[in-house]
Design a binder for this molecule. Sequence first.
Ligand code: R5P
Length: 300
Amino acid sequence: MDEDCVVFAGTANPALAAGVARELGLPLGACEVERFPDGELTVRLLEPVRRRAVFVIQPTAPPVNEHLVELLAFADACRRAAAERITAVVPYFGYARADKRTGRREPITASLVADLFQAAGIDQVITVDLHTPQLEGFFHVPVDSLSAVPLLCAALRDSLAPGTVVVAPDAGRVRMATEYAQRLRASLVVLHKRRTSATATEVTHLVGDVRDRPCLLVDDMITTGGTLASSVAALRGAGAAADVRAAATHGLLLPGARERLIQAGLQEVWVTDTVRVPEIDWPALHVVSIASLLAEALRR
Ligand code: R5P
């Protein structure tokens, strides 16, 4: 990285952006984000970006709309100030689950957000563990989709009990769970879930053998914790050992999630810092930084 590059941190996860800058041996670009009493915001770049490659680090984590508009404002400011190339580093891509219509007269908001990125002048996107790989198809600019699974596996490997099986909580996570299972040399179990409300899911099928086995549930994100809680209950119901842990890339952990997961009896929860993790004082929670992964992608 040289002086032709500048890395800006949005307000969604400044600690991660600082970690990336440290890895790169670069100072973060000087900028200000100001929020007005009416809810609007503005961005000021306090250094020139003309003919420079700009990276803006901003997961579109909750409050999603707030952080999304801020990212778009950053891009617009860079474009108007004649940046050479604008890369949005969006470790967590909000609205990823809105990737299809579940009924008539509904939007596909993930596609809309991809269009907004391009309208704002973003030339490239770097992201981590997209909810579904086909989301890339919504973009007409290059998308670098990184995986946090190798980092999570390396971090949690030594804490797993012998004979642990990797569990996908639903069909959508089979591909990711297969990668965990291969890296950890574990066997794979698949659950099938049905969502009964925004916070509750019900497991209807379990494929594989969990009797007396420790389990590692893996997912792309933990938001309300409902999916993991019902998965733990299903595993216990099928005779799994008491040792059930979980790993997920995006630890959104909305209010109530931590209590739900504690009540479910999860021994450990492993997440990364793609989003700012709010429950840092919870001893069962382990946070693995992806700063080095992002820094390497930026360097490339
Ligand atoms: C669903 O398709 C996702 O992969 C996650 O399983 C889900 O979004 C997690 O959300 P929650 O923690 O609210 O169940």
